[in-house]
Design a protein around this ligand. Structure first.
Ligand SMILES: [Zn+2]
Length: 105
């Protein structure tokens, strides 16, 4: 038999679990968007487009993304630029991938 406090605790825990699951789902959906992984790297024609895309992107919480740094990824056939981003609101970090092969031609 549950006491009122026990019941409140169960409700609170389920809510926290639901929020975590929802957050993970949203984060996974974001990773599946173009640019969410090296395989789906967003094709850009120049480096200005990378800045524009970061500016345009929104975190799943609605916050703005800011760049923390860049690096290179990819293989011999593709030049991929990876940008580490952080949300201004919830401070969740992630990576955005850009195929910059065209920018070198
Ligand atoms: Zn956020």
């Amino acid at each position: 038999m549950f006491s009122a406090l026990g019941l409140a605790l169960i409700v609170a825990l389920s809510f926290a679990g639901w929020r975590l699951a929802r957050r993970r789902l949203l984060a996974r959906k974001l990773r599946m968007l173009p640019g969410g992984s090296a395989d789906t790297a967003k094709k850009v024609g120049g480096f200005k487009e990378i800045d524009a895309e970061i500016e345009r992107r929104r975190c799943h919480c609605g916050g703005r993304m800011k760049s923390l740094g860049e690096g290179t990824a990819g293989d011999q056939d593709r030049r991929v630029r990876v940008v580490r981003v952080e949300c201004d609101s919830c401070e969740e970090q992630g990576y955005l991938y850009f195929d910059v092969t065209a920018a070198y031609h």
